[in-house]
Design a protein around this ligand. Sequence first.
Ligand SMILES: Nc1ncnc2c1ncn2[C@@H]1O[C@H](COP(=O)(O)OP(=O)(O)OP(=O)(O)O)[C@@H](O)[C@H]1O
Ligand code: SF4
Ligand SMILES: [Mg+2]
Length: 320
Amino acid sequence: MKNNILEIKNLSVGFNIELNNIENFFYALNSINLTFERNKIHALAGESGCGKSVLINTVLKLLPKNSLVKSGEILFNDVDILKLKDSEFRKIRGRKISLIPQDPFMSLNPLYTIQNQMLEVLSENSKENIEKIKWALNEVRIKNIDNVLKSYPHELSGGMKQRVIIAMSLVQNAELILADEPTTALDVSVSNSILNLLLDLKEKGKTIILITHDLSIVSNYCDTTSIMYLGDIVERADSAELFKNPMHPYTKALLNALPTIRGKRLENIKGQISPITDIINGCKFHKRCSNEMEICKEKKPSLLNYNCHQVSCWLYKDLT
Ligand SMILES: Nc1ncnc2c1ncn2[C@@H]1O[C@H](COP(=O)(O)OP(=O)(O)OP(=O)(O)O)[C@@H](O)[C@H]1O
Ligand code: SF4
Ligand SMILES: [Mg+2]
């Protein structure tokens, strides 16, 4: 089996947006290259609007109608999912690749009991499948399983709903789990227990991509960290290395803004992330960067390897 479960190559995605009565195409992802090693937890972090959800919605083929994948490949177990027909991809989405959303209520049907919707995932109401569901609910440390199976989603707390969603990925035996800010809506203790469940999933051989605003959880739970800014990967490294030795000024600013950057302006850097309709020449971070140089306004730096880091920043041009 190949070591990488997912390889994203040269992926560019954008949206047709009407601006001053004229429709134009604007990029939300620019030539993204990322590899995800099997059986690890990978963090994807950055401020609101940097393209995290667009990236995972592209992997799940859940992009809205006004979007367009301009270029690239997304290899899942060596198969380019962008080339698959919708009918072929339906065998992968939810089965081999599953999503843990920010709001679990969105993924659960309010009209069905938990038992019915978990059985629907397995497409058959059999004694064996009911046992499988109970096993999965037990694995996510739900105690009163019989009561939970009879409940409707609105009768469960946010943390319990999120456990049910994780149990669903277990019964489907998904290999790759995309978790889009799965703990943002939860309080700290529940949030920690859900993150510990992600560690359990890794122990079971799953690969997880965890999208987060909160770098404080990344160091404890994630093996690698990729930092995004306005549709670009600006830094990538093993999490321990990235926390010990952050290189990109944006990563440094995010780390200084700990414990959380959701909804709050980064105090140590000026300005805010721009909308994708703003065309910025050179390094997209240059207007906010305290290390800005002349070249930064003119030419975009490439993502290059420096020892165990990948960084796109002109500060390191002499190290190559
Ligand atoms: N359907 C759409 N039409 C136009 N622009 C869009 C659409 N969906 C997303 N965008 C834009 O793409 C950019 C990236 O959005 P995305 O949702 O991926 O951000 P994010 O990093 O997930 O942010 P958050 O942390 O708030 O969830 C944003 O500028 C957003 O406004
Ligand atoms: S390339 Fe220049 S502007 Fe961009 S992050 Fe590096 S120093 Fe700052
Ligand atoms: Mg998002």
